[in-house]
Design a protein around this ligand. Structure first.
Ligand SMILES: Cc1cc2nc3c(=O)[nH]c(=O)nc-3n(C[C@H](O)[C@H](O)[C@H](O)COP(=O)(O)O)c2cc1C
Length: 231
């Protein structure tokens, strides 16, 4: 008896990628990281409540701390990537009593200038109505172009090109700022990435010509919403 063979499937073109269904990320949805990603957002209204020393310490470590003694290209490893591991971004920390530089290797704050510079760590356009004016912490991101030029890492031409230097610095700041957003989301804090008064900050922080103030980020306890009725 003659039996009919099933029709052959059309051969898939060699270059065509096979589609694959992905399982729903149910288990991952319970992880802290996914929860922090779900909560990540910009908060612009803060209470004046200070951060504890422990929280400030964890925040700075999460932002751009040392997470391994031996990173790539002869430097330590940090919680955020940087171009050629140049680690050219310095995190300045504006508090009510002074502005400090975060020394990640020693994990401590070095006083740069006493006094309150938080009001300069917001763009001029927003400074009059600044809703974050009372927030306890403003991080100021400063790129040191000298560290890109004199990197220990791969000497590629982009490290000396002004356009690429700006691109690298902005990307590297973005990676740090994303850590701060996630740390805030995971710990119930608020965070707000924004512009700042670059010229006045550069003058007050007495920066060198190769240092560029680029952005800032406010962190603090979010202001509780008024839910009706007398407080
Ligand atoms: C490069 C950059 C610059 C920003 N500058 C400001 C700013 O000057 N003022 C401001 O209020 N928000 C600023 N933001 C915050 C954005 O407005 C905010 O992230 C955006 O509206 C999305 O909101 P979300 O963070 O809650 O998702 C900036 C964000 C980025 C990435």
């Amino acid at each position: 008896m003659h039996t009919r063979r099933p029709a052959a499937r059309p051969a898939r073109a060699a270059a065509e990628p096979a589609a694959q269904r992905l399982p729903r990320p149910r288990r991952a949805a319970r992880t802290l990281l996914i929860r922090a990603l779900q909560r990540r957002q910009t908060t612009r209204a803060f209470s004046a409540r200070k951060l504890s020393a422990e929280t400030l310490s964890e925040l700075l470590w999460a932002a751009f701390g040392v997470n391994r003694p031996r990173g790539p290209l002869g430097g330590v490893g940090r919680t955020a990537a940087s171009a050629s591991n140049s680690q050219e971004i310095d995190v300045y920390v504006a508090l009510a009593d002074g502005t400090y530089r975060y020394d990640a290797l020693a994990h401590r704050l070095e006083l740069v200038v006493p006094g309150d510079l938080r009001a300069l760590a917001i763009g001029r356009r927003q400074s009059k109505t600044d809703p974050g004016a009372g927030a306890p912490v403003r991080l100021i991101y400063v790129a040191d172009l000298d560290r890109l030029v004199h990197t220990r890492g791969v000497q590629e031409p982009g490290l000396r090109d002004p356009d690429m230097q700006r691109a690298y610095s902005c990307v590297d700041i973005g990676l740090i700022a994303a850590n701060v957003y996630l740390f805030a989301a995971a710990t119930g804090l608020g965070a707000w990435f924004h512009n700042c008064d670059r010229e006045r900050l550069a003058a007050r922080l007495a920066l060198r010509a190769e240092q560029r103030v680029l952005f800032a980020q406010t962190v603090g306890h979010p202001q509780r919403r008024f839910r009706g009725g007398p407080p």
